[in-house]
Design a protein around this ligand. Structure first.
Ligand code: PGA
Length: 255
């Protein structure tokens, strides 16, 4: 089953709306007309309205970095799926390791967000990954398996076309340390194996699994050439139009 590569930029807590507009204009100019590879930018909430306008005429998709699991109500500081939809957001990053680490998110709380996202037809980019201690203790596959099983508890098969997984080893995020091509492929194949046990082989073979963690133009080609690596979730390198677009070009070459 051929899976179109997806390259998503996670801008994290960076860039004002004006800076975001400039960055997305540069991205649009280089990769906004092609559709060999899907491209998605995920700015902070405050930049979504302006970036949404900028991508309206382009192939670039819009993602958010988080959302609440409830549709509305007394949840000060939070944003709902419907609010994101009203800005033409199509994707939402959920369960990023920074949210697990700093904001107490767990597989269970992330599961509620994932189910709320698909209810609103948003495509969740569900992040999973092991810490260095877990890898050193030989627990990588166990951790990934429980993150997949618990985070996707009660996930309906009919909505699998919305699902994207991002494998992001915590020790590789923002550190400059990348998983080797072989390490990434091994983890991705393992994750697909768990998805296959949960949803069946045919369905699992159509789910995209992105790699994230210090992906940059220099290492993107090797990672994206792996059979089970279906794209990238890019942090630091997505803040420069040049490096982000170079990664998109690498994905186009690998397709
Ligand atoms: P990085 O971040 O590319 O800066 O390592 C990736 C991410 O956190 O999604």
């Amino acid at each position: 089953m051929s899976r179109k590569h997806l390259i998503a930029g996670n801008w994290k807590m960076n860039l004002t709306p004006d800076d975001s507009a400039s960055l997305v204009e540069e991205v649009n100019a280089v990769v906004g007309k092609q559709n060999a590879v899907q491209v998605c930018v995920c700015p902070p909430f405050t930049s979504l309205p302006l970036v949404s306008e900028k991508v309206e005429q382009s192939e670039v998709l819009l993602g958010a970095q988080n959302m609440h699991d409830q549709p509305s109500g007394a949840y000060t500081g939070e944003v709902s799926a419907e609010m994101l939809r009203s800005l033409y957001v199509s994707h939402v990053i959920l369960g990023h390791s920074e949210r697990r680490q700093y904001f107490g998110e767990t597989n269970v709380s992330i599961n509620a967000k994932i189910l709320a996202a698909i209810q609103a037809s948003l495509k969740p980019i569900y992040c999973i990954g092991e810490t260095l201690e877990e890898r050193d203790a030989g627990k990588t596959m166990e951790i990934l398996s429980s993150q997949v099983r618990e985070g996707l508890q009660s996930y309906p098969s009919r909505a699998l076309d919305l699902l994207v997984i991002a494998y992001e080893p915590v020790w590789a995020i923002g550190t400059g340390k990348t998983a080797t091509d072989e390490m990434a492929q091994e983890a991705h194949a393992e994750i697909r194996g768990v998805l296959s046990e949960m949803f069946g082989e045919a369905a699992s073979s159509s789910i995209r699994i992105l790699y994230g963690g210090s992906m940059k133009p220099e290492n993107a080609a090797g990672l994206l050439a792996q059979p089970d690596v279906d794209g990238g979730l890019i942090g630091g390198a997505s803040l420069s139009a040049k490096s982000f677009c170079d990664i998109v070009e690498a994905a186009i070459s690998a397709s």
